[in-house]
Design a protein around this ligand. Structure first.
Ligand SMILES: [Zn+2]
Ligand SMILES: [Zn+2]
Length: 104
């Protein structure tokens, strides 16, 4: 994963996505709790209701490794927000995990 993007680019994608997620969360009413990060392909296993675990729509498809960064760092914990991108029921991914076009 790291070989496709420089560390600087990865970090700026991470920072930009943090801002995006935060603004989506504010738009959704800024509730504490668990959220799924859902890539714009709207991949979903539908194990859990939207009311149970809301989906925060991402604006671009990210690498699974990039999404793992959010799970590892939990950058929104200070707001009482925990993000996941794997279903807690079936462990399916709510992201396509595709490489962005034009990087190969
Ligand atoms: Zn996607
Ligand atoms: Zn599921």
């Amino acid at each position: 994963m790291a070989s496709y993007f420089s560390e600087d680019l990865l970090n700026s994608r991470y920072q930009a996505m943090k801002v995006h997620i935060l603004s989506q969360w504010l738009n959704m009413g800024a509730q504490r709790g668990e959220y799924y990060l859902q890539c714009p392909c709207y991949q979903d296993c539908y194990c859990t209701d939207w009311e149970e675990i809301p989906r925060i729509p991402l604006n671009i498809c990210m690498y699974p490794g990039e999404l793992d960064m959010f799970v590892v760092h939990q950058p929104f914990e200070q707001y009482g927000v925990i993000v996941r991108w794997h279903c807690i029921e079936c462990e399916r991914e709510l992201s396509c995990g595709f490489l962005p076009l034009g990087t190969l």
